[in-house]
Design a binder for this molecule. Structure first.
Ligand SMILES: C[S@@+](CC[C@H](N)C(=O)[O-])C[C@H]1O[C@@H](n2cnc3c(N)ncnc32)[C@H](O)[C@@H]1O
Length: 296
């Protein structure tokens, strides 16, 4: 979980795919879907309402639901293998977390939930863990709301393109030569030559190196060397960060494939489908699959 730990500890926003406000603007169908879930909860709620947020990250789903369920006492439980923590603003809502080393402890509890919710989350767990959650931790009549990755979504497409762009950066002979010289003696001409080549690679990869922040990271490594009046430049940190980044993108692609394997298994578990729809962002790009189910 190293790459997820560094993602969350590196100041990522509450949601893994962007800030809440930006997403509200760019991915309206996502919020509308959670609003529909909240409406279903209000229709069927019992006095004590418990919600499990699977692979919760910094609690984006809990936060969205908490806003929409103001006035109802809801106990949220967030589980995630990375080390995370979050809290909710609504005083009527509590949060219990099982994260990092405590993640496994959740499976020793015998809690049941009226709602199991997950966004770009449950498909990161093994199929066995996901099925166990959906079988053993849901109340009768309970709701399951899942927003999951798709192999052909814009998110998967960008992940593949970024991986390929970063590999081009790692394997480029010209950059390697310039870097060798820069690592023994820094000079502005060499730095410029490095940035010109980086820019060419970025263009060849449709701007994906800039898109994932790599070009900025290199520029700030150069600027920091200059500030320190260093006589050499060390891009090791940038490279380590982007090796980690590739691991996380690969995890996202594996999760997309697992989401497809999970679907037929869920169908066998005895759920009524309240809705199942593909979500598109504001540019009409396919983004995810949203499923709302009720246990019968
Ligand atoms: C794409 S993020 C989604 C986070 C959150 N649901 C959101 O919408 O912002 C995926 C989350 O899955 C967690 N995760 C990845 N692999 C996991 C695993 N094997 N078990 C549990 N959690 C995992 C990561 O730590 C990360 O928080």
């Amino acid at each position: 979980m190293k790459y997820w730990d560094s993602f969350w500890s590196g100041g990522a926003d509450s949601g893994c795919i962007g800030t809440t406000d930006k997403l509200r603007e760019l991915f309206q169908s996502y919020y509308e879907s959670w609003e529909q879930v909240a409406k279903e909860v209000v229709k069927t709620r019992k006095s004590a309402f418990r919600c499990l947020d699977v692979a919760c990250g910094k609690g984006e789903v809990s936060k969205v639901l908490s806003e929409q369920l103001s006035g109802i006492a809801v106990s949220f439980t967030g589980i995630d293998r990375a080390n995370i923590s979050y809290s909710l603003d609504m005083p009527e809502h509590s949060v219990e977390l099982f994260s990092g080393a405590n993640f496994e402890k959740f499976f020793n509890t015998n809690k049941k939930f009226e709602l199991i919710a997950s966004s770009f989350g449950i498909e990161y767990l093994s199929l066995e863990e996901s099925i166990r959650l959906l079988k053993e931790y849901i109340e009768n009549d309970g709701l399951v709301a899942l927003n999951t990755h798709l192999n052909d979504s814009i998110i998967s497409k960008v992940s593949l393109e970024e991986i390929s762009a970063i590999r081009d950066f790692f394997n480029d002979d010209k950059l390697e030569l310039i870097e060798k010289e820069l690592s023994s003696h820094f000079n502005v001409e060499l730095a410029k030559a490095y940035l010109v080549r980086l820019n060419e690679l970025n263009e060849q990869n449709d701007g994906r190196l800039a898109g994932c922040g790599l070009t900025d990271a290199v520029v700030s490594a150069f600027a920091s060397s200059q500030r320190k009046m260093s006589t050499s430049i060390d891009l090791k940190r940038v490279k380590l960060t982007y090796e980690d980044y590739i691991e996380r993108l690969n995890d996202q692609l594996r999760a997309s494939r697992r989401a497809q394997e999970l679907k037929p298994l869920i169908n066998k578990l005895g759920f009524e489908v309240l809705f199942s729809k593909k979500l598109y962002n504001v540019k009409n790009e396919l983004t995810s699959q949203f499923l709302l189910l009720r246990k019968y």
